[in-house]
Write a protein that binds this ligand. Sequence first.
Ligand SMILES: [Zn+2]
Length: 200
Amino acid sequence: MLSNSERDVLATPVLVLNKSYQAVRVTTARQAFSLLYGARARALDASYEPHDFAAWSAIEPTEEELAVRTPRGRLCVPRILWLCDYNRVPRTPLRLSRRNVFLRDGHACMYCGATGELTIDHVVPRSRGGGGSWENLVACCRACNLAKGHRTPEEAGMTLRCAPVRPTWTVVVQLANVDEHLPIWEPFLGPARSLRRKAS
Ligand SMILES: [Zn+2]
């Protein structure tokens, strides 16, 4: 029988990454253990080292770490799961629109991080063949837009805070519902990390 606290532990949110380390969904520790045990995923530790089930169960959880009791001892709850054979991005793509680009980019300029009045920048300018795609459109403040002009970021000496990618409702919506984003998730969340703050 599981105690209530063990039930809570099994409901702990776990970030799931595809083979390319893109966040694809948030799942529960219960489901994460099942994927790990079934060899369909590896658990990433705090140094992002992947472990299969055998290696993971050999790790001794510290006092502070979330763990579940098993007949063979305490088992750490993974916080990041890596689907080493899965490279799709989930279906139900987010519609490409000005509003959704702002949402993806956390309502902040993708160059300087400024909030406030934002426009849409074509990373590769339209005049240079840059299209209207998730990978080429970013939120941009007026100052950065003016400074960049009809140039690429490299030509203008500007750097994108992260590579613009096609987001999915799955991750965006799920992340908005997770109370606490773990610091070790940060490298995989991109601008989505600020969504919860914006949404509340
Ligand atoms: Zn800016």
